[in-house]
Design a protein around this ligand. Sequence first.
Ligand SMILES: NC(=O)C1=CN([C@@H]2O[C@H](COP(=O)(O)OP(=O)(O)OC[C@H]3O[C@@H](n4cnc5c(N)ncnc54)[C@H](OP(=O)(O)O)[C@@H]3O)[C@@H](O)[C@H]2O)C=CC1
Ligand SMILES: O=C(CO)[C@H](O)[C@H](O)COP(=O)(O)O
Length: 485
Amino acid sequence: MAESSVATANIGVVGLAVMGSNLARNLASREGNTVAVYNRSPERTTLLVDEHPEAGFVASEKIEDFVASLQKPRTAIIMVQAGKGTDAVISQLADLFEEGDIIVDGGNALFTDTIRREEAVTAKGIHFVGTGISGGEEGALKGPSIMPGGSVESYKTLGPILQSIAAIAEGEPCVTHVGTGGAGHFVKMIHNGIEYADMQLIAESYDLLTKIGGLTPAAAAEVFTEWNSGDLESYLIEITAEVLKQVDAKTGKPFVDIVLDQAGSKGTGVWTVQNALDLGVPVGGIAEAVFARAVSSHPEQREAAQAVITSRPTPVEVGDSFSDDVNAALYASKVVAYAQGFDAIIAGAEKYGWEINKGNIAKIWRGGCIIRAQFLNRIVEAYDKNPGLKTLLADPYFASAVANGEAAWRRIVSTAALSGIPVPGFSSALSYYDSLASKRLPASLVQAQRDFFGAHTYKRVDLPGTFHTLWSGDRTEIESEGSSH
Ligand SMILES: NC(=O)C1=CN([C@@H]2O[C@H](COP(=O)(O)OP(=O)(O)OC[C@H]3O[C@@H](n4cnc5c(N)ncnc54)[C@H](OP(=O)(O)O)[C@@H]3O)[C@@H](O)[C@H]2O)C=CC1
Ligand SMILES: O=C(CO)[C@H](O)[C@H](O)COP(=O)(O)O
């Protein structure tokens, strides 16, 4: 490995696994950049440098040499395993960096860790920017969607570099200063939550098309390919068609049929739901997607249940328009998932004091990231028209798009239930829609029950104030001090 302790690089990357190595190549391909690279295990560095001499990397085996190879003020992007790995690298860099240098964490960090790390690092006069980066291997190389947090001052230096490597959508780079502190990682977390929901809805669509619609995976691939030229056009629909087309070389079977039906996760979906619970934001679509992966990953429970549930419903007979109904249900459920994700962003911004422009978030998700979709242009328009929109479902375009597909959506949920096909994503989205649309919810009864057993009080529809009924006494109503909770 060619070592350099002369400061020749204007930017560095620490962590050269899938994301870091591709991000480093992306940076190196941009005019004027000289990129320093470092990885804990030097084999990865050697491999990257040997395979990509054109990148002109300045490689180091020791982190001290890596730091010495960076021009001042130094900027290093960390792309290592979230959690302890990130803490370890930050601590090493913070010991070697000087006032004014910038540490960027581009991994999938939990935003509260980012807030903690920023406090610790900035105490030394070093800038710290937690940034979400999405796009997987290809995005990192060709242009990801980038969601930086951190201070406005840091973004002044970092912004142009990030803009130069980001994906371009509708002529604009997919990067914006999301907000200060942990805002970037918070928004990336929600991005991943929406990603989970979108993937689950697509998986349910595939299940319905094959198990009720009777399509083979290859025929379902054609349906997804067709959908990809309509309102559902998106990266996830596109790759779904590719996966379903794939034939396993070993068995000649459809590839999807030989993959074990147990979905894993690395944690960002769970974080989204945990934080939404804390914020009091219903994100049922994302939660169901997380739970669906969890159900799939308990084979012992599934086996135990299958040993006793031996009688299964016969799939309902469906006509030629079935796939159109699935398309409509997918679209409507997807609108709900995005609406819930944006609600969580709004609530997070309020709680943590971030000024997050929702339209700009939709803009930077139009390219480079896993949830990139045609659909996001409509979200941009919705927030452009009304930045204070209470829910995406109230936007006139989405309201009418969902209303147009509503009957099909209901047919799909009921057909799935009658056929014994689980559709937790579709059905929870429909229930959420119906909850918002209902003039009156049975929450009245829940609140009355709470008052009965715990004197939790209630409000009346016809009078101001807070009340309690003397349930264990003569059941008269008394006015209560304070507000019901
Ligand atoms: N993979 C993806 O599609 C995406 C990943 N991300 C995020 O980007 C980051 C990098 O992801 P990915 O490229 O997949 O790599 P991994 O998450 O698999 O992490 C591997 C890298 O972390 C390094 N590392 C782990 N522990 C330590 C430690 N204690 N000290 C120093 N280095 C350590 C490894 O070094 P060594 O080689 O020495 O083991 C290696 O470079 C992660 O935070 C991930 O969540 C974000 C978007 C997409
Ligand atoms: O951040 C990502 C994409 O945006 C990563 O691919 C992430 O790993 C996906 O989450 P999970 O592994 O839990 O499915």
